[in-house]
Design a protein around this ligand. Structure first.
Ligand SMILES: Nc1ncnc2c1ncn2[C@@H]1O[C@H](COP(=O)(O)OP(=O)(O)O)[C@@H](O)[C@H]1O
Ligand SMILES: [Mg+2]
Length: 376
């Protein structure tokens, strides 16, 4: 056995798989343990499909970016090894993260205050600003790919579609980003695009955190643009001067622009401005990740909730062993903008029971559902 193979085997033998915890588009994710230290890790096993040029680029790209990126809001890769000879796989050893933002959004026991939402948004923008500063486009931002650590820290994960973005003239595929989070320039077939594509997804995620349901859920690629235009109005020449020259541009049906405050009635003026700037049609005018960090939304009250105090699934929050720090979560009234919501959240967390929705909350959800279905 040569040195590389011996080293690979040594790394592989350091980890013992426990159970499967996730299945993605092209990978299986397992909970595993470092047999020497007892540390819980995740192993993302990616089947390597060979093509004419050698190895599949998806797996290689993910390893390349994760090896380079080191930031508290980006998932950390601890090791990498290969397995299987007939059906080779690349195994990425990652820090183990409890849950993801999609699961938190769907957990109806949890109440999000605007301070909580700001905290997730700030962590997302910090992680993304770091990626963009290091010439990395993520190209698949969505709640399911934003993992949450046992301490509550948000980490950008799943760099399977990422690529470098240094060269402004480079031609890239437009078949990236999950449909509901995909920006209009990609839907119109743009082949050269930039960091603004990720910021559109950030806007969709922000909207989803406020609505607790996806904001622009197109039913097909063709329907996605219509869904966007119905929500934000069909773009004019002035809104987005270059859009008519994009490959798939056609004559679109005209929908009027509705003020965002109509749907996001509880959002502050700063939050609405932040959302509007992430969802600008013209990618050149859209908010950048660095600008997002300095936007008034991030600087005006309420202050973001410290990540250790963010809402989390009740069973895990109350399990000392799971949290690993032997410390119970405590809510600080000054860190939240709503005492009533906090009370309800505390009750939900303490009991671990399903919280019954108040009549007014049911009405509010119905109102949002009606508006999202674009009914009058
Ligand atoms: N480090 C991790 N810790 C815990 N679960 C993880 C981790 N990485 C991924 N998962 C789980 O596996 C799922 C798929 O992982 P992901 O990296 O998104 O793969 P894919 O590229 O196939 O979508 C995630 O949505 C998540 O539920
Ligand atoms: Mg994924």
């Amino acid at each position: 056995m040569d040195t590389a193979a011996t080293l690979n085997l040594a790394i592989r033998n350091t980890y013992a798989k426990i159970e499967k915890v996730g299945e993605g588009t092209y990978a299986s994710v397992f909970l595993a343990k470092n047999v020497k230290t007892g540390q819980k890790v995740a192993i993302k096993k990616i089947k390597v499909v060979s093509n004419a040029n050698g190895m599949d680029m998806t797996a290689i790209r993910e390893v390349k970016f994760l090896a380079e990126l080191k930031h508290c809001n980006v998932i950390q890769m601890l090791d990498v090894f290969s397995s299987g000879s007939a059906n080779p796989s690349l195994n990425l050893v990652l820090e183990f993260l409890d849950t993801n933002l999609e699961a938190l959004i769907k957990d109806r026991d949890l109440i999000f205050t605007s301070a909580d939402i700001k905290s997730w948004m700030a962590m997302l923008c910090r992680g993304l600003e770091y990626c963009h500063r290091h010439w990395c486009l993520h190209r698949d931002l969505k709640p399911n790919n934003l993992l949450i650590s046992p301490e509550g820290e948000l980490k950008i994960a799943d760099f399977g579609l990422a690529r470098e973005c240094g060269d402004p003239g480079a031609r890239m595929t437009h078949q990236v980003i999950t449909r509901w989070y995909r920006p209009p320039e990609l839907l119109l077939g743009a082949r050269s695009y930039s960091t603004a594509v990720d910021m559109w997804s950030v806007g969709c995620i922000f909207a989803e955190l406020m609505l607790r349901t996806p904001y622009l859920p197109g039913e097909s690629d063709a329907d996605q643009l219509t869904t966007i235009f119905k929500a934000l109005g069909t773009p004019s020449e002035k809104d987005w001067p270059q859009h008519k020259s994009l490959p798939d541009s056609v004559q679109f049906e005209q929908y009027p622009r509705q003020p965002l405050g109509y749907l996001f009635s509880a959002a502050s003026p700063e939050a609405l401005d932040f959302l509007a700037k992430c969802l600008l049609y013209d990618p050149l005018k859209r908010l950048g990740a660095n600008e997002a960090l300095h936007h008034p939304y991030m600087k005006t009250g309420p202050a973001p909730t410290p990540f250790k105090l963010l809402p989390r699934h009740p069973t895990k929050a109350n399990n000392k062993e799971e949290r690993g720090d032997g410390e119970q979560s405590s809510w600080h009234p000054l860190l939240s903008d709503s005492t009533e919501k906090d009370k309800a959240r505390k009750n939900a967390e303490a009991g671990g029971k399903k919280r019954k929705l108040e009549e007014s909350e049911i009405e509010e959800r119905k109102r949002i559902a009606r508006k999202l279905a674009f009914e009058t």
